[in-house]
Design a protein around this ligand. Structure first.
Ligand SMILES: [Zn+2]
Length: 302
């Protein structure tokens, strides 16, 4: 009986965060913004917390006033839009502001519960202070990390396992020794310029499960050795073998093992974990959804 009670209590500690506003209309696009609602449907029996949009003041903890003005007023240049690779609209800006709000909410929940929170969204790691790129208008994890620091949670680690290097995140925290930025990615892929993070592992094309998991096992203790007080995990689905924008050729089983390895390591160190989904562009949308759902299953089971 006590076991059942503590099981329920444990499950309630895992907060799911999601908003239907993430299904942003960006026209025909390789980025399937429908994936968020489809992942949420997989956990329809669980309650979700719905975030409000990040305020412009919160966004200004990371982004420059000039850049925020362009997004707010719709005065982005053609070059800005080409670099962001998303069409500007009020709905786009508000949808992504809400997504930043989701990561802020997840970080607050994870730290206050001293356990974890799962954001069915986020991981917009290509956004820089003064511009957006690669489908990322705002850097949600960076904004949430800055807010935690303001609340006294200063030492953080970011484990970024999206197939693409976390260029914006690395740049933002380059001169902040309190934040350990770890990115493991496909070396010969976007972005061309990879600002140096605390630990960057650029894998060769077609690395596969075995090499990937071996590198990860070696790297995780380095992130933990930084003695972070909380961890952000970007669980990108795009290292998958049938991804249109990735070429690391991991299987679904390999990706699930990856998630378990990260979650076990963080739990083993008794640290709160903030999980965001990041990229995923599988040829079949249902594969991307299944990979993200597996990440959440592993987090709920841990
Ligand atoms: Zn990616």
């Amino acid at each position: 009986m006590a076991g059942a009670a503590s099981q329920t209590e444990h499950e309630l500690k895992e907060t799911l965060i999601f908003s239907p506003r993430y299904a942003i209309d960006i026209g025909p696009h390789v980025f399937p913004t429908r994936k968020y609602s489809l992942v949420r449907e997989r956990f329809a029996d669980r309650p979700v917390k719905e975030p409000g949009p990040a305020t412009w003041e919160q966004l200004a903890l990371v982004h420059t006033p000039e850049y925020l003005t362009k997004l707010r007023d719709g005065t982005m240049t053609r070059e800005d839009i080409a670099q962001l690779e998303l069409p500007w609209s009020r709905e786009m800006v508000d949808g992504f502001r809400t997504m930043v709000g989701g990561t802020i909410e997840a970080a607050a929940s994870a730290v206050s519960s001293r356990h974890g929170a799962i954001h069915i969204g986020g991981g917009l790691h290509h956004a820089f202070p003064n511009h957006g790129e690669g489908f990322c208008p705002f850097n949600d994890v960076a904004v949430a990390a800055r807010l935690l620091q303001l609340q006294g949670v200063e030492r953080l680690a970011i484990i970024d396992l999206d197939v693409h290097h976390g260029n914006g995140t690395a740049f933002i925290f380059e001169s902040d020794p309190r934040v350990f930025t770890f990115s493991m990615h496909q070396q010969h892929n976007y972005p061309m310029w990879k600002p140096r993070g605390s630990l960057d592992i650029g894998l060769p094309d077609g690395a596969g499960d075995v090499a990937y998991l071996r590198e990860l096992e070696r790297a995780l203790p380095q992130a933990l050795a930084h003695r972070p007080e909380a961890i952000f995990y970007l669980a990108g689905a795009d290292p998958y073998e049938d991804d249109l924008l990735g070429g690391l050729r991991l299987t679904k089983g390999g990706l699930r093992q990856r998630d378990r390895m990260v979650i076990d390591a963080v739990r083993g160190a008794s640290l709160p974990i903030v999980i965001t989904l990041a990229g995923g562009y599988a040829r079949r949308l249902e594969d991307t959804v299944a990979i993200h759902a597996a990440t959440i299953e592993e987090a709920l089971a841990a």
